[in-house]
Design a protein around this ligand. Structure first.
Ligand code: SF4
Ligand code: SF4
Length: 106
């Protein structure tokens, strides 16, 4: 299980959730953020921190966004030559500057 970020984060990206995450598993795309489903420990801290109510536990999330959050880490993003996988923390990776095709990534 993992938490999932939905469409209401798009173009908001205030990063309140990132500040609360104890394992730094919320990664920054160009227009929204994505939770790494492998690294998330399901603590729920990000859900209450989000002013847009964009974050939900995966069993309650929109299936399209649940799959899309996973895709951000499992598929090769534009401009990269390998999937992101589980790099162990967003701080070491920094903003990715790209999104999944669902979110308008190229
Ligand atoms: S549920 Fe906890 S571990 Fe998972 S992304 Fe949110 S703050 Fe991070
Ligand atoms: S707190 Fe909510 S709106 Fe802000 S960046 Fe995180 S998911 Fe997006």
């Amino acid at each position: 299980m993992a938490y999932v970020i939905g469409a209401s984060c798009v173009d908001v990206m205030d990063r309140s959730c990132m500040e609360e995450c104890p394992v730094d598993c919320i990664y920054e795309g160009e227009r929204k953020l994505y939770i790494n489903p492998v690294e998330c420990i399901d603590c729920g801290a990000c859900e209450v921190a989000c002013p847009e109510q964009a974050i939900t536990v995966d069993r309650k999330a929109d299936p399209e966004h649940r799959a899309d959050n996973r895709r951000f880490f499992e598929e090769v993003l534009p401009g990269r030559d390998a999937p992101l996988g589980a790099p162990g923390g967003a701080g070491s990776v920094g903003p990715l500057g790209v999104d999944t095709p669902l979110m308008g990534g190229r």
